[in-house]
Design a protein around this ligand. Structure first.
Ligand SMILES: Cc1cc2nc3c(=O)[nH]c(=O)nc-3n(C[C@H](O)[C@H](O)[C@H](O)COP(=O)(O)OP(=O)(O)OC[C@H]3O[C@@H](n4cnc5c(N)ncnc54)[C@H](O)[C@@H]3O)c2cc1C
Length: 367
């Protein structure tokens, strides 16, 4: 099978890239190892308003797949909390598995050939094309290759590009029955339960989502127990019964990788280390840069631009300031300090910047 562009990974970055390239006139195949894009997801699926504003595709998402959350309740380790909001700002909680399956149908409607249950293992460059063989004996020949295959990118490995080495480990449970203030994203600072990051809870589209992320050294889902966190926050967040589903995975937090491209190939999304080292959010950057890569590859293969491997990667976000903040938080996270500083104006201002970026914010209440 011959295509112009082969994209490895049917998630936010890969599907945004494939859609943009197909709309730019290319024949595009997406290679995905799972049986459906929505199964075994490792994301909470919170989408920031900036993504909704900047990625036009998101405005086509069916309303039933999202739920708006207007503010953040940030808890110090002693559970005192402050409510934060910014005028007009919101987050989308999403039904992430259904959203992912909707995205696949949406790109198929643009003419993209999404090939599920295909594990990418190898690629050889011959005669100006990539030859991608599969265990079944099938082969895809592609003029351009994009690796959007997540934090442990096999494409990066095969092409000799850089690979992520610094990670947070995130785990999340869904509960059908839970009591918590519904229109807020509840975020908890605790150096013992969530060292290097935070824990969170919110009422999602189908269920309450409760999770935490922490510094990782080769962790697996079973290695993190949410019970001590749920016990600590009962009264603020109370979950009934057993978790109905578990999502877990690695979050690259070392910033953009050094080598993310070679002639005829580019990495994008988590594969390129494109995750905010402060918020650990990667959906917005994956969608935004996925689209840019799709547009640029289409322009290149239609003869209107040079190989984006030589110029587009230089425009990728480097997160320099956020990497400094990440290092400071990682080294100096201290419950005693957060207990004392949470109610101060400086701390609330810093939290506003982290949660709402540069938007001017208003404090609603401290409790
Ligand atoms: C627990 C957790 C919670 C998170 N919550 C949020 C959040 O709320 N908001 C936010 O913005 N970010 C969040 N993130 C980060 C966010 O999920 C990622 O940044 C985002 O999913 C990156 O998208 P991607 O398309 O680059 O890669 P991924 O979503 O990792 O997708 C990679 C795809 O490639 C496929 N694949 C991998 N290897 C192969 C192979 N060899 N062959 C074929 N297919 C392959 C995978 O099956 C997968 O479908 C979270 C991360 C974790 C771990």
């Amino acid at each position: 099978m011959k295509v112009d562009l082969a994209v490895v990974g049917a998630s936010f970055a890969g599907l945004a890239c494939a859609r943009a390239a197909a709309l730019g006139g290319l024949r595009v195949a997406v290679i995905e190892k799972k049986a459906t894009a929505g199964e075994k997801l490792h994301t909470t699926g919170l989408v920031v308003k900036d993504a909704v504003d900047s990625v036009a595709w998101l405005r086509e998402v069916p309303a039933a797949l999202v739920r708006r959350i207007d503010g953040v309740r940030l808890y110090a380790p002693n559970l005192r909390h402050v409510d934060l909001a910014a005028p007009g700002y919101y987050f989308w909680a999403t039904d992430a598995p259904a959203l992912m399956d909707w995205m696949v149908e949406s790109v198929r409607a643009c003419g993209v050939d999404v090939r599920l249950e295909r594990l990418f293992t190898e690629a050889r460059r011959a005669g100006g094309e990539w030859r991608i063989p599969f265990a079944s004996g099938e082969e895809i020949a592609a003029r351009y290759l994009v690796g959007a295959d997540g934090p442990r990118s096999r494409v990066a490995q095969v092409l000799g590009l850089s690979r992520n080495t610094e990670f947070l480990f995130g785990i999340e449970h869904e509960y059908a029955e839970a009591a918590l203030a519904p229109d807020l994203l509840h975020c908890f600072i605790d150096a013992k339960l969530a060292p290097g990051y935070i824990a969170w809870a919110f009422a999602g589209v189908r269920a309450a989502q409760v999770g935490l992320a922490r510094r990782s050294s080769g962790m697996r889902a079973g290695a993190v127990d949410l019970a001590p966190f749920l016990h600590k926050v009962r009264g603020h967040v109370t979950c009934e019964g057993r978790a109905s589903s578990v999502r877990a995975g690695l979050i690259p937090c070392g910033g953009l990788l050094a080598r993310v491209a070679c002639p005829g190939a580019l990495l994008v999304g988590d594969a390129a280390g494109m995750v905010s080292p402060v918020t650990a959010g990667g959906i917005h950057t994956a969608l935004w840069h996925g689209e840019r890569v799709g547009d640029a590859v289409a322009a290149h293969l239609c003869g209107a631009a040079d190989d984006p491997a030589g110029w587009l990667a230089r425009a990728y976000p480097r997160f320099r300031a956020k990497r400094v903040l990440r290092t400071l938080y990682d080294r100096f996270q201290n419950d005693w300090i957060f207990d004392r500083l949470l109610a101060t104006a400086a701390m609330r201002r810093a939290a506003q910047l982290v949660f709402f970026h540069r938007k001017a914010g208003v404090d609603r209440r401290v409790a």
